[in-house]
Design a protein around this ligand. Structure first.
Ligand code: MN
Length: 713
């Protein structure tokens, strides 16, 4: 066990200004808190936080991190509380300890790789301070180093798999090659015992039965660099069994000779020397085309810099050489920890709260490759995401602000559609409840439920929004279809024709509508095409004279204006006249004319809102009145606004009532719909105001009509 003064000396060696008092205090506090607790190895439990602290001093991390390491299991495993730690060690350290505790509380359960990726993001998202993640990784490393003390083999392999799936890739992501290698090597034999065994056998065979190429490569490299007056250090490191295995399984390469077992590294002083060294190597050995990678001008997102090349070396064997400077080498091995050390030196004294993201982004800024840039933004995005669990422990990854409904849709579209409520961490929650990291969410469903338009007010995910929109459109289209069929059936009856769906299907073809009768119903119901258009393609001979009102009057559409035939007094001879579309004045209405340059005379009802803009232009106004005569044959269109009960048959009955009174419906438009009400704009063809008033009072008397009014806009 590391002794108290030893730990202090270790930190002091790289940080002479450290706060000795607080470190001593943490040492004693943790030792007392863990008391007589024991590890699986039989060692006192305190040895664990102490070793974790030791690992972190190896990365030369600051005193706060070392203190956090000493305390990291006290909240979870002892009677110590957050408040106690805050009082003794301050808010910063208490928060970091709490952060590590939260990461430890997350149990990784799922087996799938996709889940692992989400879980890694969750850990990143929750590590608001990079040091929290570093303590967690060191904690895992020590647990892996002592894994053999755990009795049950299933438990060993579960922990090892978690390490391989979650923690080793995290170490890689923040650039800690060395840590990643050790985590992988410790896990590999527990997770894939057979693969491990066969790789090791193969490695033994290659060592025993092929020439030792390693020394030969190192010797030759040293010789040529000497000749070229370049001072370098050449290393031939054995590749890790797990990384060899990854290469074999993912890239499908075979292990043929010893050159495959080593990564040769040439370490030089500065960046320019890297390129010189590369030139020297390529002069001497032939390079394999296409395998040169320059991570110096384009560093990896995690800050890694190096030049990789593959050459045909001694015995015509391919060898891989990495060229980098001393500083690049430290960063490649220690990653964010090294970076943290370099960058943080200046700002440490300011007590600036250090955020891992800022640091990572600084590294990422140098990434020039678009793919790397994408990776960069992805990491930044983790801070805007929440990660929640299903009751079975599956992780669901959502954008920040996501609600219960978003969660439901993320699980499955049908779950989202039928979602009636939820439970968050066992407590009932409303659909619009915003979720937080780590929430466990259970969705309650009902088959009777349908997505509600109002959900779009609070959902944030595209999937939920699209599903809700799709569904309201579907519901609306269904209503349009029912309505359109009602309208058409009625139009047939009105013309004493037998209604058949077949006729409508034929009409769809003639109208060039794909989707058969259904689409015709939909378009008529929505008012996109009029019932008359449909009738006219089915019965072309009805076109000329059958749009009759009572009395067989032949209709002339006044709206196709431009004529001066209107029975209106007060017009200016020679000036064209138009019936305004905004207020639909009809014979008998009190009317005025507006004279406008180039447009002729517009006839409005006296109450029309469109007249407001002419209040200050009296010269534009023209006094008009109707000139009724007995043989009036004009047809006018009066627009009415109806609130109708949303029950089946209600619309058909309205249409029947209009027909009974010799009116005709020329257009129907839905303006609102709800569970129990339709609001419709009906354009009624009538002879005059009295006719319209009659139709309206007949409608008003209907049990289906809640209200009816003339619409002037
Ligand atoms: Mn621990």
């Amino acid at each position: 066990m590391i002794r108290q003064f030893e730990l202090v000396e270790m930190v002091k060696s790289y940080d002479p200004d450290m706060d000795e008092m607080i470190l001593n205090q943490a040492y004693v506090f943790s030792m007392k808190a863990h008391g007589t607790q024991k590890r699986a190895s039989g060692d006192p439990y305190f040895s664990h936080p102490l070793e974790v602290a030791g690992i972190l001093t190896g990365m030369q991390l600051d005193c706060d991190t070392i203190v956090t390491a000493l305390l990291h299991d006290t909240i979870e495993d002892t009677v110590a509380t957050y408040e106690q730690i805050e009082e003794l060690f301050g808010t910063n350290i208490a928060r970091m300890v709490d952060g590590v505790t939260k990461l430890s509380e997350l149990e990784y359960t799922s087996e799938t790789l996709k889940q692992a990726e989400n879980f890694r993001k969750l850990l990143l998202a929750m590590s608001t301070d990079i040091r929290v993640l570093l303590v967690k990784l060191a904690d895992r490393l020590h647990n892996m180093r002592t894994l053999h003390h755990i009795q049950k083999s299933e438990k060993r392999s579960r922990i090892a798999r978690e390490t391989l799936d979650i923690y080793a890739p995290l170490a890689e992501r923040i650039g800690m090659q060395e840590l990643m290698n050790e985590l992988e090597s410790l896990s590999f034999p527990h997770v894939y015992p057979e693969a491990y065994e066969s790789i090791m056998k193969r490695l033994d065979y290659l060592h025993d039965n092929t020439e030792n190429i390693r020394d030969e490569v190192i010797n030759e490299l040293e010789k040529i660099f000497l000749k070229n007056h370049l001072e370098v250090e050449v290393v031939g490191r054995r590749k890790q069994p797990y990384s060899i295995w990854k290469k074999i399984t993912y890239r499908n390469v075979s292990l043929e000779n010893q050159a495959d077992l080593f990564a040769f590294r040439v370490i030089v002083d500065g960046a320019e020397d890297c390129y010189r060294a590369l030139g020297v190597i390529h002069d001497y050995w032939q390079a394999v085309p296409g395998l040169l990678k320059d991570y110096i001008s384009m560093p990896k997102p995690n800050g890694y810099q190096s030049i990789h090349t593959v050459v045909i070396g001694p015995q015509r064997k391919r060898i891989e050489v990495q060229i980098r400077s001393t500083e690049m080498d430290v960063i490649a091995e220690k990653g964010v920890a090294a970076h943290w050390r370099y960058k943080n030196h200046a700002s440490k004294k300011d007590g600036v709260h250090y955020r891992w993201l800022r640091d990572l982004l600084e590294i990422l800024e140098h990434a020039a490759d678009p793919e790397e840039f994408l990776e960069n933004t992805k990491i930044a995005m983790y801070q805007n995401q929440v990660f929640c669990f299903t009751p079975k422990g599956e992780l669901i990854n959502l954008p920040a602000g996501a609600t219960v409904v978003d969660f439901a849709y993320a699980v499955h579209t049908i779950i989202g559609d039928n979602c009636v409520g939820g439970k968050v961490n066992g407590e009932p929650a409303q659909l619009k409840r915003v979720l937080s990291n780590g929430d466990q969410v259970e969705i309650l469903t009902s088959k009777a439920q349908k997505p509600h338009q109002s959900w779009t007010n609070f959902v944030v995910t595209g999937k939920a929004k699209a599903a809700i929109r799709r569904n309201t459109r579907k519901q609306q289209n269904n209503e349009y279809r029912k309505l359109g069929e009602d309208i058409l059936r009625h139009s047939f009856e009105e013309r004493s024709r037998e209604y058949t769906k077949k006729a409508i299907t034929a009409a769809a073809k003639k109208l060039n509508l794909k989707g058969g009768a259904g689409i015709v119903f939909e378009k008529v119901g929505s008012g996109e095409i009029s019932n008359r258009e449909v009738i006219e393609v089915i019965f072309p001979h009805l076109k000329e004279n059958k749009h009759s009102l009572g009395g067989g009057l032949v209709k002339k559409r006044v709206q196709k204006s431009g004529n001066n035939q209107l029975p209106v007094k007060g017009l200016i001879p020679g000036r064209p006249v138009h019936i305004s579309k905004c207020c639909h004045p009809i014979l008998g209405d009190r009317i005025v004319g507006i004279v406008s340059e180039g447009k002729g005379i517009m006839v409005h009802t006296i109450g029309c809102e469109a007249l407001d803009v002419y209040t200050d232009a009296p010269e534009a106004w023209l006094d008009l009145s109707w000139q009724a005569h007995d043989d009036n044959t004009e047809i006018y269109i009066g627009r009415v606004d109806i609130m109708l009960k949303h029950v089946s048959g209600s619309l058909a009955s309205v249409l029947a009532l209009v027909a009974q009174d010799d009116g005709n419906v020329s257009n129907i438009k839905f303006t609102e719909r709800s569970v129990d009400i339709f609001r419709i704009e009906l354009d009624l063809e009538v002879r005059d105001v009295k006719h319209l008033t009659d139709v309206m009072s007949a409608l008003r008397a209907s049990k289906f009509v809640n209200s009816i009014e003339r619409a002037f806009a």
